[in-house]
Design a protein around this ligand. Structure first.
Ligand code: HH2
Length: 276
């Protein structure tokens, strides 16, 4: 299966069922609270709900398969059949992705692009589920130590191209690529990737970008994580004007308005350049 992402910018609402996520950790550990949040995001204009049970913030500790399943499955089970929008599973583990698909998820969001657990890619192919492949340098535990690139955008694009070809070879019909803002990148790397995002958006795959509340916004504005709404809005607008197809955000209602405005004002040459 494939999602039609061409006509307008799509929003992915973030739902972290974790104690330690950098901006919403601990808020949605109770499955009923998480379900209510999913409904709220759907009503606010989310096109996908991305459910994750493992924080990937810099320095975070890995979670076992059992713990991750204990967190996400009750939420997916509550959402499945009650949400009208697709459920995405944010995991790097094939066992978690398999159980999530059995429970109703229809999109896999893998921040390691199939590097941590290659079986997740063949699972996506066999299950006929689209996959988001994200670039990361290193692992969450170490990635911000000292990220190094020659030309960050070219290297990220080459990595994603190789991972996309691998996934297509394993039967994944729709591959969505993601530069992985904040994943093994300095402030300068993040800025370069957003300024040069057109290199990814004209590569033939739909592009998802996750800028929401991230630390590069905090660095530019000198503001804490709870005060990054306007910075997020500006970064979302920059990504949409560069041709992003999906933006992954916490503040769905607000960013939906930003996306609708940006879609209305998007230069025609950006529209024309997009190859999907
Ligand atoms: N960012 C985060 C998590 N998953 N997935 C994709 N495809 N792209 C991203 O940029 C991305 C992602 C980190 O944000 P968040 O989920 O809010 O935090 P945490 O990893 O601490 O749970």
């Amino acid at each position: 299966m494939s999602y039609d992402l061409a006509a307008r910018t799509h929003l992915m609402g973030v739902l972290n069922v974790t104690p330690d996520s950098f901006s919403d950790g601990g808020r949605f550990l109770d499955p009923d609270n998480a379900f209510r949040r999913a409904i709220e995001m759907e009503e606010g204009g989310a096109d996908f709900i991305d459910i994750g049970g493992e924080s990937t913030k810099p320095g975070s500790a890995p979670v076992t398969v059992e713990d991750e399943l204990r967190r996400v499955l009750p939420v997916i089970e509550r959402c499945s059949g009650r949400l009208t929008v697709p459920i995405s599973i944010d995991t790097t583990k094939s066992e978690v992705a398999r159980a999530a698909i059995d429970a109703g998820a229809t999109l896999i969001n893998d921040v390691s692009a199939g590097v941590f657990d290659p079986a997740i890619v063949s699972l996506a192919g066999r299950s006929d589920v689209p996959m988001i492949l994200m670039h990361m340098q290193g692992t969450p535990a170490t990635m911000q130590n000292q990220p190094i690139y020659g030309d960050v955008t070219r290297e990220v694009a080459a990595f994603l191209d190789e991972r996309a070809k691998n996934a297509q070879g394993l039967g994944v019909k729709q591959v969505i690529i993601d530069p992985g803002i904040g994943f093994g990148k300095s402030l300068e790397h993040n800025i370069r990737l957003i300024r040069e995002l057109h290199i990814l958006t004209t590569s033939g795959h739909p592009v998802l970008v996750g800028v929401s509340r991230k630390s590069f916004i905090g660095s530019i504005l000198n503001l804490p994580v709870g005060d990054r709404m306007e910075g997020t809005a500006a970064a979302v607008a920059a990504c949409i004007f560069a041709g992003a197809h999906i933006v992954r955000v916490h503040d769905v209602r607000e960013m939906k308005r930003v996306a609708v405005m940006c879609d209305a004002l998007k230069p025609l040459h950006v529209r024309a350049d997009l190859t999907l």
